[in-house]
Ligand binder design. Structure first.
Ligand code: GLY
Ligand code: MN
Ligand code: MN
Length: 399
């Protein structure tokens, strides 16, 4: 189901934010429950904020969800109780939601919930529970003889989030399309003598003006030698003639991230600058053209890497070709030679692309002390191949 008109939320909520309707949340719960059944779990404690948002639409910075076969228990403290009540009286209500207060600690409130609903085999998200929190739960369950068996789980919700539902695709398309418009507004602000921070300010103002709830990450404006640092922290350098300027920015709309990079040149580019730029442009074109269902993510990475290798720039491309986009700006699938958790030398398990995945394609070439180029777009895998969600010219601009 697609989002309704903007502002269809209840009075208590941000009227400018679209929320997934109840039926969409219910379908997500059903998919998690299938996994719980397969694992023999009665419940899953969800502590990752994006996973909680995915399952309940709760956007607070604190909260714990416990999904069972019958219900979604949301443990939230006083600061969020009113917002959750508002959510429940809207057409975006979370099906089967029951809220639990936090009279003391979150750890204690979760145990109260688990013991009152009488579940025994309970999964937790191993990547999102601190050692201290786990130890407290384990020791308290034993001391109080609660009869709960805590089981470590990995990426149950994250794996479902990799394939976007129709509602998410509407949000991601809109997020990417507004970023395209933001890119158009910034070019006039880039000229000889402007500072990186001034341009970042213009970009961030345009992102706010465009209606995003916030930035997806700290805006990167990297000029001259700084452009050779892929995740440079924007500073006060003034643009000089011949500089490359890498502009990497993104926003979060209705919870969904967009992420775009363009590299421009201050004044006419040198021959070497044109050569490096066109290598990155060709690498990005090759990687995008490789995207289709059934291809391994590492083959998309290889398509970009192969072009840069052939131009003598393989060593200058030290990061992966892309990353999944959704509620998080960096999520699965990773479009890379490596996989998190796989040691060097181990065989990389295949990761076949499927329709509904959304990720960036962002090859770059970085030459220390000289400069760098990165070109990044957001891409959806479709049944037929791909759709590029961002739409900004990729030719080298001389400003
Ligand atoms: N700006 C972070 C990234 O492109 O991944
Ligand atoms: Mn980026
Ligand atoms: Mn990116």
């Amino acid at each position: 189901m697609a989002p309704g008109p903007r502002g269809s939320g209840a009075l208590f909520l941000d009227l400018h934010m679209n929320l997934p309707p109840s039926a969409v949340l219910g379908a997500r719960h059903a998919r998690v429950r299938q996994v719980l059944d397969a694992l023999g779990l009665d419940a899953l404690i969800v502590t990752n904020a994006s996973n909680i948002r995915y399952l309940t639409s709760h956007t607070g910075t604190s909260g714990v969800a416990v999904l069972t076969r019958e219900a979604v228990h949301l443990v939230v403290d006083f600061r969020y109780e009113e917002a959750v009540r508002g959510l429940q009286s809207s057409d975006a209500a979370c099906p089967g939601l029951r809220t639990w207060p936090v009279p003391g600690s979150y750890e204690g409130a979760v145990l109260t919930c688990l013991s009152e609903i009488a579940v025994s085999a309970v999964g937790f998200e191993a990547a999102h529970v601190s050692v201290a929190r786990h130890a407290w739960w384990r020791d308290t369950i034993a001391a109080r003889a609660l009869g709960i068996s805590l089981r470590s789980t990995g990426s149950i919700v994250e794996r479902l989030r990799v394939i976007k539902d129709t509602w998410e695709l509407v949000a991601l398309r809109e997020s990417a399309s507004r970023l395209t418009a933001v890119a158009g507004t910034v070019l006039g602000a880039i000229r000889l003598g402007t500072t990186e921070r001034e341009v970042a300010g213009v970009l961030e103002g345009a992102i706010r003006q465009a209606g995003y709830e916030r930035l997806a990450f700290d805006t990167i404006v990297a000029s001259g030698p700084h452009s050779a640092l892929p995740h440079y922290r924007t500073g006060d350098r003034r643009f000089a003639s011949g500089d490359f300027v890498v502009l990497d920015f993104g926003g979060i709309l209705d919870g969904y991230c967009s992420d775009l990079t363009r590299t421009v040149c201050i004044g006419p580019p040198s021959g070497e600058a044109r050569r490096v730029y066109s290598a990155v442009q060709d690498a990005q074109r090759a990687a995008i053209a490789a995207v289709r269902p059934g291809i391994d993510a590492s083959a998309v990475d290889a398509a970009a890497r192969c072009v840069l290798d052939a131009r003598g720039l393989g060593e200058a491309f030290g990061h992966g070709t892309g990353h999944g986009l959704g509620l998080d700006v960096h999520e699965d699938p990773r479009i890379t030679r490596h996989r998190p958790g796989i040691a060097p030398g181990e065989t990389i398990p295949s990761l076949l692309l499927e329709a509904g995945m959304v990720f960036t394609i962002e090859p770059g070439a970085y030459l220390a002390g000289w400069g760098g180029v990165r070109i990044e777009d957001d891409v959806l895998v479709t049944e037929e191949g791909y759709e590029v969600l961002t739409s900004v010219p990729r030719e080298l601009l001389s400003l």
